[in-house]
Design a protein around this ligand. Structure first.
Ligand code: AMP
Length: 476
């Protein structure tokens, strides 16, 4: 269940120019092409190969694509191509359903924009304080990425002006509609200049999308990809359980397959809570993601899951919206969802890119009708395995490979990831390979360290200094 590492050497061999998926077939500048090669983007992904020729020629697009398909570059490259870096005004706007997605999109566009100097990208999302956003807007930006509500807020305050806009992107449009943003989106669209390119990306194509497109897009071209091989990368297994076995079965699955990161879906918040309690009692690092968490708590849970110090994230479908985790070895349907589309969406979160993923579903006799509908939709017969097949791979409880240390102090204290890495490697002598993700938030910094050094690193950081200052550190 390991991810094949993308070796830097692999990027040096340029693909042959006659390769139909080669980026060099596109009207992109040599600097952009060189940057793509440096990023390790050797060939276009299917959605890129289908969208980029049309979008770079200026067409409006409705593209059906999921996270993980390379869709950000499919709209990021065209919006950058439309940009005049010398004109200091907002020329591209990307609307996203959630802050997490907006952050990811910003990061990806930033990587793609490295070919050009000084392109400013700003993220504007709800949940964050207004004042820094207003200050950043005063400094100006070329590209804005944000959530509809907050963008609308800035438009009504006149802090964001869209007269120079030439590209508008709606990312995960179906989810934005699901979340009730239809009216906000329409209002933002009305505030955009008529002369513009509109790129709409969506995993599904519900009625509302067609309505939006008809009203606000110019002769949009549709790009659809059949996901034939997606199913084969996800290995689905069903286990029949009684209600009293259901939660216990999750522990059996985890101890048998030992995935490093698992997302477990329950249909209710209460079920989430109960499952977390059962898993924690077995010594498995499990956390619940639910709607009652405030932004800081949610960030803390997500940091721990993304840096591999929490093995299992337990969530309802609503709470997991907007969540994008790159490496997810397994998804568990603790409860079968009554909505088949939701089932597909859930299991599609694993087996991304070149990776294989597991999708386990626990079904009781009462769930069989639902499973039948899933089979029908997928056109395959579900594979059933007995619970008795699941045997623990070791006597040791499953432990997450990393531990998160929280340093009280973040951007406000001007801490940068390099300061933390320096303190751990140069001052305390740990090997950089033992240090994982470092995330600096406004008031806190989170660093993942190898479980084997967690205790010493905690002691060392508390006794030593970060950025010349004593800091308080705790283990999460
Ligand atoms: P996305 O669907 O935009 O979230 O992209 C998924 C991941 O694939 C991101 O980490 C991208 O950096 C990466 N990616 C996008 N396009 C390519 C490509 N052509 N080759 C390799 N990796 C890519």
């Amino acid at each position: 269940m390991t991810t094949p590492a993308r070796s830097p050497e692999a990027t040096t061999a340029a693909p042959p120019a006659n390769d139909p998926a080669s980026f060099s077939r596109l009207p992109l500048s040599p600097a952009v092409l060189a940057n793509l090669q440096q990023l390790g983007y050797e060939r276009m992904t299917p959605i890129q190969a289908a969208s980029l020729p049309l979008a770079l020629a200026g067409a409006d697009l409705i593209a059906q694509a999921k996270t993980g398909s390379g869709k950000t570059a499919a709209f990021g490259l065209p919006l950058l191509a439309n940009l005049n870096p010398r004109r200091f005004a907002v020329q591209a706007l990307v609307l996203c359903p959630t802050r997490e997605l907006a952050d990811q999109v910003t990061q990806e566009i930033r990587r793609l924009a490295r070919a050009e100097d000084n392109i400013k990208i700003l993220t504007l999302c709800g949940g964050a304080t207004m004042r820094p956003q207003l200050a950043s807007l005063e400094h100006g930006a070329h590209i804005v990425v944000g959530t509809p509500g907050r963008i609308l807020d800035h438009l009504s305050r006149d802090s964001l002006k869209l007269d120079a806009l030439n590209t508008l992107v709606l990312d995960e449009a179906d989810r934005m509609l699901d979340m009730g943003f239809a009216e906000d989106i329409a209002t933002v669209l009305k505030a955009c200049p008529k002369q513009r390119q509109t790129l709409l990306f969506s995993a599904t194509y519900p009625e509302g999308i067609a309505t939006l497109a008809k009203k606000f897009m110019r002769d949009p071209k549709e790009v659809k990809l059949t996901e034939r091989h997606a199913a084969s990368k996800i290995r689905q297994r069903f286990y029949e359980v009684t209600e009293s076995q259901r939660l216990h079965a999750v522990g059996l699955l985890l101890n048998h397959f030992r995935p490093v990161s698992t997302l477990a879906f329950c249909n209710t918040k209460q079920q989430c809570r109960d499952l977390v309690a059962v898993l924690q009692a077995q010594g498995i690092a499990a956390l619940e993601l639910h709607g009652d968490l405030d932004q800081r708590e949610r960030d803390q849970v997500l940091v721990q899951f993304a840096n591999r110090s929490c093995s299992v994230l337990v969530a309802t479908d609503v709470a997991a919206r907007g969540l994008d985790i790159a490496q997810l070895e397994a998804v568990v349907n603790v409860d079968i969802t009554p909505d088949i589309e939701v089932h597909t969406h859930r299991i599609g979160r694993t087996g991304r890119g070149d990776e294989q993923g597991w999708a386990f579903s626990l079904a009781s006799v009462d769930d069989m009708g639902r499973v039948g509908r899933i089979d029908e939709m997928q056109g395959t017969a579900s594979q059933w395995h007995p619970l008795s097949e699941l045997t623990p791979q070791s006597d040791e409880p499953m432990k997450a490979p990393m531990v998160t240390l929280q340093i009280l102090g973040g951007r406000k204290e001007k801490i940068r990831p390099g300061d933390v890495l320096g303190a751990l490697t140069k001052e305390l002598g740990f090997d950089a390979a033992q240090i994982g993700k470092i995330s600096v938030n406004e008031f806190s910094t989170y660093v993942a360290v190898d479980r084997s050094i967690a205790r010493d690193a905690l002691r060392g950081l508390n006794a030593g200094k970060v950025k010349g200052r004593s800091v308080k550190v705790r283990s999460l």
